[in-house]
Ligand binder design. Structure first.
Ligand SMILES: Nc1ncnc2c1ncn2[C@@H]1O[C@H](COP(=O)(O)OP(=O)(O)OP(=O)(O)O)[C@@H](O)[C@H]1O
Ligand SMILES: [Mg+2]
Length: 256
């Protein structure tokens, strides 16, 4: 029987001769799970996601439901794996709704594109922006539209690089709730880079920690997020405590 889920074994990604991801392996990421990828600036989080999205050459064994990703054509891979970059490209001269419909067509989705596109905007809570031009949006609005383009496609794998970095508190929660629901309803596999560790602890099934291109921890938040990890990986003294609602909160006190 083929392995279910996204399996990353001995992955390596380099830019020219510079090896950024050296030998990264993770336990299989199962359908219906959300994994937060955390780690310091420059650790290689974006590079790993770019490798998985097929935007940088990646060696090693990376399979989705037993199928190797490497030999897939760009179009084939794009149907299965969607990727939201950390730095979004400048908006084209399209309206928001047109851009989501275009994303659906690129992914080869049939059916009523307008209805699907509008549904995605509603899900994210930005239906009011449908007729706005992409190049006249704020940074946070642009991020929300990018996410709508992704969720409309209902991929098998969603790779999101800091999708909440420009969002206000309300939209941070809304977006994470929406991704969480999509993951459960459609049995997606989501890998999300986050710097907000409390958000990661609250929404992720697993946390993967990357340092200098290597996976140094993987597991449930309460196992992975320890004072020792924060000291070793981030160089800070931190307390991991439960708030009155029992969710984990990280309080950073000082540099080590
Ligand atoms: N196009 C590139 N060419 C050469 N080196 C690169 C390139 N992009 C990134 N790097 C290097 O690869 C390393 C990892 O970068 P990456 O962007 O993956 O880090 P990150 O974990 O996403 O960091 P951040 O939290 O700041 O986004 C860094 O040392 C960076 O300088
Ligand atoms: Mg990055």
């Amino acid at each position: 029987m083929s392995e279910q889920g996204l399996l990353i074994e001995h992955a390596q990604v380099k830019y020219g001769r510079k090896v950024v991801i050296a030998d990264a392996s993770l336990p299989a990421l199962r359908p219906g799970t959300l994994t937060a990828l955390i780690g310091p600036n420059g650790a290689g989080k974006s590079t790993l996601l770019r490798g998985l999205a097929g935007l940088e050459p990646m060696t090693g064994a990376v399979t989705l439901h037993g199928q190797p990703l490497a030999p897939m054509s760009v179009a084939q891979r794009a149907r299965q794996v969607t990727y939201m970059p950390q730095h979004l490209p400048p908006g084209l001269g399209l309206s928001v709704i047109e851009s989501v419909m275009a994303a659906l067509r690129v992914a080869g989705n049939g059916g009523d594109c307008l209805e699907q596109a509008y549904g995605a905007l509603q899900r994210i809570g930005i239906a009011a922006l449908a007729d706005h031009m992409l190049n006249a949006l704020s940074g946070g609005q642009r991020q929300l539209v990018s996410l709508a383009q992704l969720i409309a496609r209902k991929p098998r794998v969603m790779l999101l690089d800091e999708p909440t970095s420009a969002l206000d508190l309300s939209y941070q929660l809304r977006v994470m709730d929406c991704v969480r629901q999509m993951v459960g309803q459609h049995q997606l596999i989501a890998v999300i880079v986050l710097h907000d560790i409390s958000l990661a602890a609250r929404f992720a099934d697993h946390i993967a920690v990357l340092r200098e291109g290597a996976v140094v921890a993987f597991g449930a938040a309460e196992q992975v997020l320890t004072a020792q990890l924060f000291a070793e990986v981030y160089g800070v003294r931190a307390r991991v405590e439960r708030c009155s609602r029992q969710t984990l909160q990280v309080v950073v006190d000082s540099p080590v």
